[in-house]
Design a protein around this ligand. Structure first.
Ligand code: ATP
Length: 305
């Protein structure tokens, strides 16, 4: 499946799974074009990017489902081998479940595929499935279906779990519930590699992210740190006419057509200044820059689908 690999013990020891210069080219499309990153044991690592960025293709190469055009994948420092299948769990973006099966039967069917399985009752409790165990899988809500698919991904008690856009299409409440569930899974020591195009999801769940666009990683790091490296911590905005006409603007302020922005290291400094000069505070807003702003700054286009 892969070309001969030169293992590098130091790097391999740090990463549970590692991608080196991975590429996947389809006729006319470089879906993934030289992506390298490593996921450490116990980490939740996210590939964040818009639709078509190459996240699923990257994930599927790491899962051993798609063959890379070039590049290497190492699991525990070695090329993917027979033990890899037993050590991973996958929640696909779209999974067809067997018709006329209940949630419980579906879990049992997947469990039979493995030699080693997680404790069934604990899995049911963890994924909050007890009340829907006897329900036909065709009758599940979006959130219930995703919880079942996560349970299926965990059925072999894997060390590494792949989640491909696990909350796409869920309502905000179900999405938050699913996030709590992922946090619990992680707290139990699982390593998680997920893809998402929701920056809130990446910010909440991921210790580290790689932002992907057009098959490339454009930046990588701890979400909050990445944002801090590119933006001041917060921007205070107020309507231009709320600033007293005879007051000069401080260095850290910018006057736009309709608004004045204060870019201070400390929001408190800006607020105290406004109070001192008697500025109108009714329409004041404090905005914290996000991964969305970072993506826009780095690519010139929006992350939103
Ligand atoms: N089998 C294929 N044949 C041809 N092109 C493909 C194939 N699979 C993916 N692509 C193309 O490769 C690019 C990356 O697709 P991919 O599904 O990896 O992106 P993604 O970031 O996961 O997007 P999404 O969030 O929509 O799933 C897209 O332009 C897609 O159309």
């Amino acid at each position: 499946m892969q070309s001969a690999v030169q293992t590098q013990p130091a790097a391999a020891a740090a990463s549970l799974i590692e991608a080196r210069e991975l590429a996947k080219h389809f006729p006319g499309v470089k879906a993934v074009d030289g992506i390298s990153f490593g996921v450490r044991p116990g980490q939740c690592f996210g590939l964040l990017g818009p639709n078509g960025a190459g996240k699923t293709t990257t994930l599927e190469m790491l899962e051993g489902i798609q063959t890379p055009t070039s590049g290497q994948i190492l699991f525990r420092g070695q090329p993917l081998g027979a033990a890899f299948r037993e050590a991973i769990g996958i929640q696909f973006q779209a999974t067809a479940l067997q018709d006329f099966q209940t949630v419980g039967e579906s879990l049992a069917m997947f469990a039979r595929l493995y030699r080693r399985t997680a404790d069934r009752d604990e899995l049911i409790r963890l994924c909050n499935l007890s009340e829907i165990l006897d329900r036909d899988t065709r009758k599940l809500s979006g959130g219930q279906r995703q919880r079942l698919l996560l349970a299926i991904a965990l059925v072999n008690d894997p060390q590494l779990v792949f989640l491909d856009e696990p909350t796409t299409g869920l309502d905000p409440q179900s999405r938050r519930n699913f996030w709590s569930l992922v946090e619990t899974v992680r707290a139990r020591g699982k390593t998680i590699l997920l893809t998402t195009h929701y920056m809130e999801e990446a910010e909440r769940l991921c210790d580290e992210i790689a932002i992907v666009d057009h098959g490339h990683i454009i930046t990588q790091g701890v979400p909050r740190t990445l944002v801090r490296e590119h933006f001041p911590p917060a921007v205070v905005r107020l309507p231009a006419d709320a600033w007293p006409a005879d007051e000069p603007l401080p260095d850290y302020a910018r006057r736009g057509e309709h608004e004045i922005e204060l870019h201070t290291g400390e929001v408190q400094v800006g607020l105290e200044h406004l109070e001192r000069i008697g500025a109108g505070l009714t329409a004041l807003r404090v905005e914290t820059p996000s991964l969305e702003d970072l993506f826009l700054k780095l690519t010139g286009h929006s992350l939103r689908a």
